[in-house]
Design a protein around this ligand. Structure first.
Ligand SMILES: Cc1cc2nc3c(=O)[nH]c(=O)nc-3n(C[C@H](O)[C@H](O)[C@H](O)COP(=O)(O)O)c2cc1C
Length: 200
């Protein structure tokens, strides 16, 4: 297959890491922001931005509140998809896959790396639930600040979600809308990848 340059190599995680590293100095903010898609029980899709925190050897990890809307939808379906898009590079990466929680030492370590205010914020926010006022949220922050101290543990309802992909597609802008697209595909995480070039 005529695959070289920015698409070179057979490890899609390595390509994703290298594209993100290229985008980081070019994007004004959050080069690691992904639009994360889930579906509710009726099949109605839902999408929102989250930050991609790890590109591992075999998975993508972001952090959130497990009781949030996305958290609950992922719990039920066990699936999610996301897209990374960099306007600076005119490239996108699309991922579809199976989800699992990362709630061990890796999640503890990431939680501990955050600012104290963010750590307390995770305790204070009942993410996605109705909130009567900003004042009520600030009162909750004051309450957890008093009760959790300066070294709060990671809340059990907050942690990582790992997406183990079944599909990863790399897209790069080409002249006259003749873009380059390559898809890595497999039907289970145990299988090897089938790699194909796609029509733009
Ligand atoms: C750039 C950006 C990054 C965000 N990163 C996160 C994140 O890493 N985790 C998270 O839970 N929410 C993040 N949010 C907020 C989510 O978009 C969303 O509002 C929140 O998670 C609730 O979504 P839900 O009700 O569908 O669960 C981010 C929002 C933006 C705009």
């Amino acid at each position: 297959m005529d695959r070289s340059g920015i698409f070179a190599g057979d490890d899609p995680f390595a390509i994703a890491r290298s594209w993100l590293a290229e985008a980081e100095p070019l994007e004004p903010n959050d080069a690691n922001a992904i639009a994360l898609a889930t579906v509710d029980g009726t099949g109605l899709p839902n999408v929102r931005m989250v930050l991609l925190k790890d590109i591992e050897p075999a998975g993508f990890v972001f952090y959130t509140n497990y009781t949030s809307r996305k958290g609950r939808e992922i719990e039920v379906s066990g699936k999610a998809a996301f897209v990374l898009h960099w306007k600076s590079l005119r490239r996108q990466i699309r991922v579809r896959g199976l989800t699992s929680r990362e709630e061990g030492p890796q999640a503890d370590e990431y939680y501990a790396s955050r600012s104290l205010k963010s750590r307390l914020g995770a305790w204070a926010s009942r993410q996605s639930q109705p909130l009567s006022s900003r004042t009520a949220l600030m009162a909750e922050v004051a309450k957890v600040t008093a009760s959790k101290g300066t070294n709060p543990p990671r809340p059990a309802f907050w942690g990582g979600v790992r997406i183990t992909p079944l599909e990863i597609e790399f897209w790069a802008d080409g002249a006259f809308r003749l873009h380059d697209r390559f898809r890595w595909e497999r039907s289970t995480p145990e299988e090897g990848w089938k790699i194909e070039r796609l029509n733009p």
